[in-house]
Write a protein that binds this ligand. Sequence first.
Ligand SMILES: Cc1cc2nc3c(=O)[nH]c(=O)nc-3n(C[C@H](O)[C@H](O)[C@H](O)COP(=O)(O)O)c2cc1C
Length: 214
Amino acid sequence: MKTDIRNIRREYSRGGLTRKNMSENPFIQFQQWLEEAINAEVNEPTAVIVGTVSEDGRPSTRCVLLKELRDGEFIFYTNYESRKGKQLANSPYISLTFLWHELERQVHVEGIATKVSPEVSDEYFKTRPYKSRIGARISPQSQPISGRMEIMQAFLRESIRFAGHEVKRPENWGGYAVTPNRIEFWQGRESRLHDRFLYTLQSDQSWKIERLAP
Ligand SMILES: Cc1cc2nc3c(=O)[nH]c(=O)nc-3n(C[C@H](O)[C@H](O)[C@H](O)COP(=O)(O)O)c2cc1C
């Protein structure tokens, strides 16, 4: 029997947002919410949906893991020759959507993505488990492959080649730093009258804060 998904609905009632409880600085606010998501043991608290723009102006999304917040930037790592990498080389406009179901919270970020320095990518690459480092070297991310065997063989070959040696970061793999100009915090409320606060970056680098209708 097919479930009638029109009847799947839930009231959101965990909490509310008031202007006076929102930080003047959206990064401090974000850090606080991320910490709360981690402490609440939500599933994959750092998972984020990344939106990019295709060469023909179409939206394109996928999930990645946030790896660092540094100097007001959101950093994630990927293959620079992947579909998203090629799209970002063509257009740096990017969006990030964090969704923490268990807390009935969502954060939307919009901004510009730039590659982090090779030193920053190296620093993070070294912290990755051995097998993830090998995987990053051999996967032609987003390219069609003949089968799983192809990737497993490449993985084995590279593992043997690097046995006993430091696994170097390949040049086509590294971080993107997202510099935001718009950050929205969303908290689910009863009767779909949710709370939303939008931070918009002004020309003097201050943030304008507005409540938005649900
Ligand atoms: C929970 C989760 C976390 C992921 N984290 C990453 C990540 O940090 N970096 C990455 O390149 N891909 C990550 N992926 C895989 C991407 O969603 C995607 O398949 C891959 O980056 C290729 O995307 P593209 O073809 O649009 O470039 C993750 C997927 C999931 C479901």
